[in-house]
Every structure is written in C-alpha cells, then in structure tokens.
Design a protein around this ligand. Structure first.
Ligand code: BEZ
Ligand code: FE
Length: 286
C-alpha cells in the first residue's frame, strides 16, 4: 500500500467504482470526480475556500422551497442551463431556438380563442402578438399550440403577487387552418432574477447585473414536431447583451412596433398606446 497524494488520489477514487456500475454512470461520476479534483489542484483550493463553497451549497439547498428552486437559479446564472439546452436542442433549418423555462411556468392554463386576450386588466402596454407556425419545410401547422406566460408591464409575474393566485398574462392559443396565431397580452418589462439568496450573492461576488431583458415565454407544440420551450425578447431592451441567465439568441429578438391610441389591425379600438409584434415560428420534426 502506498500513501495517496495530490497526484494519485484521483485515480484511487475512480478505481473504487465497482464493475457493476453502468457505463453512463461511470462516465458521469468519473468525469465529475476528475474535473472536481483538477479544479482543486488548479486553484490550489484552501480549506477555508472549500468550507465557504460547502456553506454556499448548503444554503442554496436551504433556500429551496415548494415555490423556489435556488439550485436551478444557480445553474441559470452560471450559464449551465443554457449550455444543457444548447446541447440537447440543436437548431435545425432555421427552426425555433430554445431558451430557459424559468421558475414561473404553470401547467394546465386555459385556452383562449384565437385572437383573444390573455392579460385583461394587467398593467402594461397592450400588445397584439401574431405570426405563423410552420414546419421546417414551410408547411403551415394547423392546430399547433402556444402555451404562453409573461410578467406584467412592471416586471411581476402573477405567481409573485401576494394573496391568493389570480392567473394573468398566461394562456394557450391554437393556430387556425393557415397555421396563424394571434393573441393580445402586454409588453413584458425588464426585471431582475431573485437576488435575495445565494445566487444573488454569487452575482454580487462577480459584480454582475441581475436583469433579464423583457420577454414573453412560450412552449410551442404541434403533432409530429419537437416541442420547444423558449421566449421572445423585446428588441428595445438595454439588457439583451447582458441577460443574467444567458437565454437570448438573435433569432428570438422581436421588434415591438409602437402605435398611438386608435384602431388595431384586428379592429379593436384602444384608448391608450399599444404595440404589435409579428413572430413566425418554424418547428422541426420530432
Ligand atoms: C424567467 O425568465 O422568468 C427566469 C429565468 C431564469 C431565472 C429566473 C427567472
Ligand atoms: Fe421570465
């Protein structure tokens, strides 16, 4: 038996895995151990720094509740969520790019009629969203579904508001026979990711901005096509290049056209200024 040291410890840990371990588990845990050990060697990790990291991860876990997932937020601000998305959802033939889900999705929201309103009474600039959903060959997809959610025009999601939940700025819309969709909501505002926990501490340690550019989340799905979880970003946001969670792709940025009060393209009369956005979507085969 020889004493384990800085150069031999890694192989000793790897060798302890039993032959029964599946190849994928061996690969995952093996790479994790190698990278962790290499990290400690590279930075010459001190015991105080090691303990700071343990304390940080402990508090990250303690900050998780039924309504808050601090580990996912940590993964988001470190760019790991976007990296995993990029690895698993390649963009093919101009198909819709993916982006992070974020913590504010609610399943099973009601469907609104085509052209309907998702954000009645919600603060913000009324905005009419339109577009066509096609496959990558350009064929319109009838009956495709957009499952939509966003903050209000002040940067707050319905689930963040105190009191019993009243869902708003959410809903599902189905395309017509020509693959076109339309709905009214508001223009979402820029807002910060939560900074009152360990992920916020890490952002401050890196002297980084917590802001996300205003965006509308949606999951696009259609029979025979791969569903895509993504977001549309407002082109006039000053945070497009510094999104705290690295979720912006060029192809997801849309122009919100501003209009004076008056009659919208669908005949709706508005007493206040409003926006229109057109965003076409291509879904790749499943
Ligand atoms: C969001 O877009 O809602 C979001 C995404 C990641 C972290 C926090 C918020
Ligand atoms: Fe969001």
């Amino acid at each position: 038996m020889s004493d384990l040291d800085v150069t031999t410890l890694t192989d000793a840990v790897l060798a302890r895995m039993s032959a029964q371990v599946t190849p994928r588990t061996r690969q995952l845990i093996g790479a994790l151990v190698r990278h962790l050990h290499d990290f400690a060697r590279e930075v010459e990790l001190t015991e105080a720094e090691w303990f700071t990291a343990i304390d940080f991860l402990t508090r990250t876990g303690q900050n998780c509740t039924e309504n808050r997932q601090e580990f996912i937020l940590l993964s988001d601000i470190l760019g790991l969520s976007s990296l995993v998305i990029a690895l698993n959802h390649p963009v093919a033939a101009g198909s819709l790019a993916s982006s992070v889900l974020g913590p504010f999705y609610l399943p099973d929201v009601p469907e609104v009629p085509l052209g309907g309103e998702l954000a009645s009474g919600v603060p913000g600039t009324p905005t009419r969203y339109t577009g066509q959903i096609t496959d990558t060959a350009g064929q319109p997809l009838a009956g495709a579904v957009l499952d939509i959610w966003s903050s209000d025009g002040e940067g707050w999601y319905d689930v963040q508001k105190p009191g019993p939940l009243q869902t708003s700025a959410r809903g599902r819309v189905r395309t017509g026979a020509d693959g076109r969709y339309a709905f009214w909501s508001i223009k979402p505002a820029d807002y910060p990711v939560p900074t009152d926990g360990p992920a916020g501490e890490l952002l401050r340690a890196m002297d980084r901005d917590a802001m996300r550019p205003g965006h509308l989340h949606f999951i696009a799905s259609a029979p025979g096509c791969a569903s895509v979880t993504t977001q549309i970003f407002a082109s006039d946001s000053p945070y497009l290049r510094s999104d705290a969670v690295f979720g912006v792709s060029e192809s997801l940025v849309a122009v919100f056209e501003h209009h004076l009060p008056g009659v919208a393209p669908d005949g709706r009369r508005l007493e206040q200024a409003f926006c229109t956005v057109n965003f076409d979507i291509r879904l790749r085969p499943d």
